[in-house]
Design a binder for this molecule. Sequence first.
Ligand SMILES: C[S@@+](CC[C@H](N)C(=O)[O-])C[C@H]1O[C@@H](n2cnc3c(N)ncnc32)[C@H](O)[C@@H]1O
Length: 458
Amino acid sequence: MAPPRSFRPSNRPSGPGKGPAKGRGGKRPSTPPAATPHGPILSLSIDRLGARGDGIAHADGQTVFVPFALPGETVQAQALSRSSDGVSTVLKGIEQPSEHRADPVCPHFTRCGGCVTQHMVREDESVWKRSLIVEALKHRGFEDADALVSSTIALPAGSRRRAVFGYRRLAERVVVGFNERASHQIIPLDACPVLVPALSSLPARLSALLAPVLPKGSQGDIMVVASDTGVDMMLDIPAIPDLAGREGLAAVADQLDLARLTVRIGKTPEPMVMRRQPVITLGNTRLPLPIGAFLQPSAEGQQALQDLVLAAVRDTTGAVADLFCGMGTFALPIAELGRQVTAYDLEAVQTAPLHTTGRVKAQARDLFRLPLIIDELKPFSTIVLDPPRAGAQQQCQELVRLPSGVGPQRVVMVSCSPATFSRDARILADGGYQLNSVTPVDQFVWSAHVELVAVFTR
Ligand SMILES: C[S@@+](CC[C@H](N)C(=O)[O-])C[C@H]1O[C@@H](n2cnc3c(N)ncnc32)[C@H](O)[C@@H]1O
């Protein structure tokens, strides 16, 4: 199932569940051209779930991926496309359903690209997501992965506070929603059960309000964040608006009671209406939310990750480095423990407000090109790492150059990619850091994404 307009963390537009069309918060994924189902309808027995949530069957020596099918089910499916991984299909019917099948909560499920697992009971989704981490670790030689990885902390639906909707201005109306699965078509949404109430019904309201301010034929993304002071919205528009256009946008902001409305022309954001400063609370600190800043996708997920990181840091002493710090999701609560924290992130727009709090030394730095080198690492007792999906390979390679007993004795890694996490865990383990625990955190309900917090010591 193609990930739809997504829920993912980059605040740049994209697809859901972290997937292909635009979705509840990620980057727009590259969606393959729509294929047409063809060939005979096959009867298939589903063996297990794949990493994207598809049921996996085997036929004629080939691996077959069947979306929305569960292990133990016998289903009918028709081929859609072939790749080196196997055959992708469309589900045509369920001959023998699993007892674990759940009723989807959303009428758009299977068509909308945002969700892939609403047909699965939530407990099974948690078990499956844990297994993705266990398998990735085993693949990297952690034979004891089953014992290391604890149960998944599953956060509720209706908590996603970031989303990227897509819009298309047709002749008579504006369609606002998430991308259809494996398509650039936008599905108009009345409500999305994944999102917080402040965002859930926005597509329908935007659809009604945006027609007067968007030129016919225009299309783009609408990025929304539910901040503490209201919705912060960034809207793609094709050209700088004239006075009437600006007045129209101001009226939209008023009618939706937005905190801020920014327009983006090409790649350039331009604040248009500021009715209240968007604010986000990290630890006990309220920070102004920069346009396009990274934010954990749900407040509940943020709290769960902070709790795990703080539990891993609390019994250490000495200075802490927070690498890939964002706005200070971990740096600020750690500083509130009375610890000295130095924080780094690529984006100066994120490190500047954090530094201004006076509680954390924060600076902009490209940690892929310029990881902290061993002399810079030596003063820290503890490292917190929360890289993007690409992982922190360069930084981990630098960490293991430190002689044993020198510098950080504890590394706390937060990751949204079991694959790159396991690769980096292997580097740390080979360099003398022992992997003590891994806790999956699922704040991407009904998607194929999972996060984790891992603790290494030496
Ligand atoms: C998964 S987010 C984590 C942010 C923060 N720890 C939080 O929980 O809110 C990854 C962060 O890595 C930053 N980043 C991406 N590439 C980077 C690079 N090359 N060097 C440093 N930071 C980078 C992003 O700006 C983003 O803030």
